[in-house]
Design a protein around this ligand. Structure first.
Ligand code: SAM
Length: 290
């Protein structure tokens, strides 16, 4: 387990993932019934962009920094508000106590973003296998009765916690893609989880470097019989297997009915904002149903 998300916090992949995550949670909050979020590969929850790994790579400068410094038309501002309000609040709070008052220093990973968007009745189960990352995550949520931060294999979590007792909610699957067969594992585990809980919303993030690999992943999901599935792909430039990641995707199972329209508004703006050259593009793909 060499992957540390701190190197990549706030990058173009996080922008796509967290913008969509916040839209799905906003949709779930439209009904009063409680929901649960299961975040299988949670990371540490809060990243300092001006220190350590994130400072060394500076990947966030081509991601969240660009989003914040680019003027946002009203429709975009409205769609991004749930996510960006959390980013702003985190930095405002930190500014009161930390030496730095930089407008962007701290970045919320998926479990912290989720936590900030929960209501009193909602719960988060976050699993992280790396011992020190889990310790950081557990400290972040110490004493929080709405969050369980568990040191557990995310694939086991999928087997153990799905379906949640609320029978309403989201499973976020965001593995590190260190193993060469990660896409195969992902497809197999997702299909298995969906069979046990076919009405849950699932969001699965993946890097797009090798088109063949991604198409094979889509094919395996189709063959798995999943009923309603869409994929959203975003590219800051041309993808290539041997170059740094320029694009990523999210497969969303049982997407909220409003999500397609929202993404059709959001993705052109995000693509322009994050473009790094030829190949900047986006796509929505119906993998099954609808
Ligand atoms: N979801 C996080 C976010 O958006 O802020 C980022 C997660 S990062 C891409 C993947 C995380 O999975 C890393 O923190 C890594 O330590 C952890 N990890 C790796 N293998 C795991 C496993 N089998 N089960 C749970 N976590 C794992």
């Amino acid at each position: 387990m060499n992957y540390r998300h701190a190197f990549h916090a706030g990058n173009i992949g996080d922008v796509l993932k967290h913008a969509v995550l916040a839209r799905i949670l906003t949709y779930l909050k439209a009904k009063p019934a409680a929901f649960r979020v299961i975040d299988t590969h949670a990371g540490i929850g809060r990243y300092d962009l001006l220190e350590g790994e994130a400072r060394r790579t500076g990947e966030w400068q081509a991601g969240i920094a660009r989003v914040l410094e680019t003027p946002r038309p009203a429709a975009i501002a409205e769609l991004l508000a749930p996510w960006l309000d959390v980013v702003a609040a985190l930095n405002a709070e930190a500014g009161e106590t930390a030496a730095s008052d930089a407008p962007l220093r701290f970045y919320p990973g998926s479990p912290l973003l989720t936590r900030r968007l929960l209501r009193k009745q909602d719960r988060l189960t976050a699993t992280e296998l790396h011992p020190s990352d889990h310790a950081t995550l557990a400290t972040l949520f110490a004493g929080d009765r709405q969050v369980k931060a568990i040191a557990l294999d995310g694939w086991l979590a999928l087997g153990s916690f799905v379906p949640p007792k609320e029978r309403r909610g989201l499973v976020l699957i965001d593995p590190p893609f260190e193993a060469t067969d990660e896409f195969d594992t992902l497809a197999a585990r997702l299909v298995k989880a969906w069979r046990r809980w076919p009405t849950g919303v699932y969001a699965v993030w993946y890097p797009i470097k090798d088109r063949k690999q991604v198409n094979r992943f889509y094919q395996r999901l189709r063959e798995g019989g999943l009923a309603k599935v869409m994929a959203v792909e975003h590219f800051a430039g041309s993808a290539h297997p041997d170059r740094p990641m320029m694009g990523s995707g999210l497969v969303i199972v049982n997407p909220p009915y409003v999500l397609r329209d929202e993404l059709q508004i959001l993705l052109p703006w995000l693509t322009d904002t994050l473009a790094q050259g030829p190949g900047a593009d986006w796509r929505l793909i119906d993998l099954a149903g609808e």
